[in-house]
Design a protein around this ligand. Structure first.
Ligand code: ADP
Ligand code: MG
Length: 479
């Protein structure tokens, strides 16, 4: 049977504002329960919400980055439901008129082709509190620190056709919100999480009935949950049954999804405009300010790096984290000449990332400055040191902070390109190894050439210019 998978994602990204969306309480993660909840968050009677302007600017920033329409006037609505961690009895969200609508994001498929994923809308809303069960036998605790934390909910069109596509899209949104510095992207702390809507259909048929898998907080789980759910739905349909529209939960321990509740309809929530909040007006001034504050987007950077001759995989890694891309740009800026992109990318991705990783140091705190890394690559490019010695100098400089040129000078690591000096060394080595020389020259044992290169390197502590040394060796050995 030919089944096609259809997926739409709803992503919740916590906006990194200092205070909450409608109150002055702090949003910092990990504080003792209820130490960051004030009267507004506790829903005391008579209190009024006041909108956080920074949250609005962050939502606009996101909208502009996905080529969306920014509503000049949007409306906050009350979404009514009961939950112990929602003391107001409603969540303030946006319903009919969201601040961001009709955007898109391009993902790259396995075969290298681009696919456009539609973004239906992105709206501002507040997060709810948390119910605590762990360590509380026969009781539940309520922690309202998270109540009122600003979120944008980013809703996609049902445009994805496999778990892989869904993960690719989710990763791109994850990278983007961190680039824009509107969300820290911490999935473990729940700052970035998604609901996956999944259905299957016969190819060419209309949309099938979907199930919504709630609150998945890792890329791996998203992929597993969707694949499990697709197989489950196909099983149900092939067994002659019907998929019911419902909300399901993914259980990472069991690797399966299970039913949580039947799906509520929008009208169950009795949405209505919140009378405590006037319509949100985004004027030309906010738009202009936000446009000016936009960084170069990861997709644009990706293309720029590829134009420098950097492979797609390497370019993707470089743009995956803004601090890394910023570091790389600083290396490029410090470097003379503009044909070294690929070589610089190699040094950053292999040596620098390797060392940072081994020390658990973030790129932004790299002990080796971008200019020092560029200076090291210059020494390799102009033949002062070999690539191999360069790695040694890198380690030294990374550890001590000493500039590469000073290390080369102090340790006498300059490459030996002096023909006369090398000829003298080679003569000595060949004279000391007559049997090997004969076996190579007369006996045709090609493998012995490497032996002689090795001896030259040993003698010069790796400093012999490898190209010149091997030319001279061929000459001296007669072939
Ligand atoms: P709700 O608000 O009830 O969750 P929406 O119509 O806003 O429903 O859709 C929510 C998400 O579900 C969107 O990302 C949308 O693309 C996706 N979606 C809608 N219909 C389907 C379907 N048949 N299969 C998969 N995803 C779907
Ligand atoms: Mg939904």
């Amino acid at each position: 049977m030919n089944w096609e998978t259809v997926i739409g994602l709803e992503i919740h990204a916590q906006l990194s504002t200092i205070s909450k969306i409608f109150s002055g309480s702090a949003t910092a993660y990990g504080a003792p329960p209820n130490s960051q909840a004030n009267l507004v968050d506790l829903a005391y009677p008579g209190v009024l919400p006041v909108l956080n302007g920074e949250a609005v600017r962050m939502a606009v920033k996101f909208g502009l980055s996905v080529d969306a329409t920014i509503a000049p006037r949007s409306v906050f609505a009350r979404k009514n439901y009961f939950y112990p961690d929602l003391p107001k009895g409603y969540q303030i969200s946006q319903y009919e008129l969201p601040i961001v609508a009709k955007g898109h994001m391009d993902i790259v498929l396995d075969d290298g082709t681009k696919k456009r994923i539609g973004i239906t809308r992105a709206h501002l809303e507040e997060d709810a509190g948390k119910s605590l069960h762990e360590g509380l036998p026969k009781q539940s605790g309520i922690d309202l620190n998270r109540a009122g934390t600003p979120l944008i909910e980013i809703v996609s069109e049902p445009d994805m056709r496999s778990a892989k596509e869904a993960v690719a899209y989710l990763k791109k949104v994850h990278t983007l919100v961190r680039y824009l510095e509107i969300c820290d992207g911490n999935m473990q702390e729940g700052s970035f999480r998604c609901d996956a809507n999944v259905s299957v259909r016969k190819i060419g048929a209309g949309l099938g009935t979907r199930a919504e898998i709630k609150n998945i907080n890792s890329f791996r789980y998203v992929e597993k949950a969707i694949n499990y759910e697709v197989a489950r739905q196909i099983d149900v349909l092939e067994g002659g049954g019907k998929v019911v529209q419902e909300t399901r939960l993914y259980d990472p321990d069991k690797g399966e999804t299970r039913s949580m509740r039947s799906k509520e309809e929008a009208n169950d929530y009795r949405y209505f405009p919140d009378p405590d909040l006037p319509p949100l007006v985004v004027d030309g001034q906010i738009m202009a300010q936000t446009l000016r504050s936009l960084p170069e987007l990861p997709s644009v950077r990706f293309e720029r790096y590829q134009k420098l001759g950097i492979s797609a995989d390497d370019a993707r890694t470089l743009v995956s984290e803004r601090p890394l891309a910023d570091y790389f740009d600083a290396v490029l800026a410090a470097h003379p000449g503009d044909r070294s992109g690929r070589m610089l990318a190699n040094w950053v991705l292999t040596e620098l990332l390797g060392a940072l990783h081994a020390h658990g140091t973030p790129v932004a705190q790299s002990p080796m400055a971008p200019a020092a890394l560029s200076a090291l690559v210059v020494l390799v490019e102009n033949g002062t040191i070999s690539g191999k010695i360069g790695k040694d100098v890198f380690e030294d400089s990374f550890r001590t902070g000493e500039p590469p040129a000073a290390i080369v000078e102090r340790r006498g690591l300059q490459q030996i390109s002096d023909t006369a000096a090398l000829w003298e060394i080679i003569n000595r080595i060949v004279a000391a190894n007559p049997k090997q020389a004969e076996a190579y020259t007369v006996g045709g044992k090609d493998g012995l050439f490497g032996f002689f290169v090795g001896q030259v390197m040993k003698e010069t502590q790796g400093r012999a210019n490898p190209v010149i040394a091997s030319d001279l060796l061929h000459k001296r050995l007669g072939r």
